[in-house]
Design a binder for this molecule. Structure first.
Ligand SMILES: NC(=O)c1ccc[n+]([C@@H]2O[C@H](COP(=O)([O-])OP(=O)(O)OC[C@H]3O[C@@H](n4cnc5c(N)ncnc54)[C@H](OP(=O)(O)O)[C@@H]3O)[C@@H](O)[C@H]2O)c1
Length: 330
């Protein structure tokens, strides 16, 4: 159970770039006070996304983090403990799920303040760990599927979709959302997760370490209309022969090299490589949470750690071998 508001709280933060899990420090700091447009959340759980440790690594310097020391993590769930004078959407005692104000973070702590623009009521059907997994990963999966034309309404035409790293945080939500939209899904993952991917609805599964998996070739010979690309180090020349005439790769981990190669090699083709950066939207969070409430979108919880062992959760995320979401509970 999270601490009551007493004046100070436990938090986990880092003071400089680098250091990985060893760079995280447990501190006792004052409980923050919400500004008039903010709420104070008594946190119950937070989920780690790769961007959290990429910021620590300095991959987004000089912009992020905004300052040191920095308490990382944005995806949280918890109970409203205090409400700023201008907040009308939620009240004290509401259980919420959402994103703390990017880029301020604050999720690895017992309390956090945030505006409420990317917050939704957490339905009782969702455990704190299941809810905390959703915001960044499921919204990214949703936006990636929308980028290949999925509307999530009755007008959706079934397409052939490839999801790389379908066992990861973003990928496992993308797999479920793609199936909800009626698509045929080919998923890539490690051998250990192939059965899980089938259970979660994948029509075809490729072990990314096998020769066929490395080529991304659909076992049934299908060409992909859309690729939700959730891992790194796959070149345009690997994607290109597997795409249908107007096939699109939505790249959520774009690099200068992949974009440059695509531009150089694809001048006259209708096949596209499209970089995607999550643009969090309240209505999309609400859509995701509603699907989860109805049991149509499930969070696979890779592992949970108490706040006192947040560095173990951090290390697990850095390892790149999560199945679903890594969660820290307060
Ligand atoms: N653009 C955006 O706005 C945005 C938003 C969210 C995330 N991202 C980025 O998207 C990437 C994925 O995020 P995530 O949270 O899903 O990561 P994650 O949960 O850490 O992904 C881990 C999973 O990826 C699998 N995997 C690793 N390499 C693979 C490969 N070559 N082929 C197939 N599967 C592979 C692993 O399987 P094994 O354990 O079996 O190896 C593991 O199950 C990260 O780089 C993240 O920073 C971008």
């Amino acid at each position: 159970m999270a601490a009551e508001k007493t004046g100070s709280m436990k938090a986990v933060r880092y003071d400089s770039y680098g250091g990985g899990a060893d760079g995280l420090k447990h501190v006792e700091v004052p409980i923050p006070s919400p500004k008039k447009n903010e709420i104070l959340l008594k946190l119950e759980a937070a989920s780690i996304n790769p961007v959290d440790w990429k910021i620590q690594k300095g991959m987004l310097r000089p912009f992020l983090p905004p300052k040191f020391p920095f308490t990382p993590v944005a995806d949280v769930t918890g109970e409203v403990a205090e409400v700023g004078s201008e907040v009308t959407a939620f009240k004290k005692g509401d259980k919420l799920v959402g994103m703390l104000n990017f880029p301020n973070g604050g999720g690895l702590a017992e309390f956090a303040v945030s505006p409420v623009n990317i917050m939704a009521i957490r339905p009782p059907e969702l455990s704190p760990a299941e809810a905390a997994g959703l915001p960044t990963a499921a919204m990214t999966a949703l936006q990636a599927l929308k980028s290949v034309g999925t509307k999530f309404n009755a007008n959706d035409e079934p397409s052939n979709i490839l999801i790389t790293a379908a066992s990861g945080g973003v990928g496992h939500y993308a797999l479920q959302l793609a199936k909800l939209a009626g698509h045929h899904v080919t998923a890539t993952c490690g051998a250990r997760n192939m059965e899980l991917m089938k259970t979660m609805g994948a029509d075809e599964v490729l072990d990314y370490k096998s020769p066929e998996g490395a080529k991304l070739k659909s076992p049934s010979g299908r060409k992909y209309d859309g690729v939700i690309h959730c891992t790194t180090n796959i070149s345009w020349s690997t994607f290109e022969p597997n795409l249908s005439t107007k096939g699109k790769v939505i790249d959520i981990t774009p690099t200068f090299m992949t974009m440059a190669t695509y531009i150089l090699k694809n001048t006259f083709s209708k096949k596209k490589l499209v970089p995607l950066l999550l643009n969090p939207k309240a209505e999309e969070l609400q859509f995701i949470v509603s699907l989860a409430k109805e049991g149509k979108l499930k969070t696979v919880v890779d592992s949970t750690y108490p706040l006192s062992k947040a560095e173990e959760a951090w290390a697990k995320s850095i390892s790149g071998h999560a199945t679903g979401k890594i969660v820290v509970e307060m």
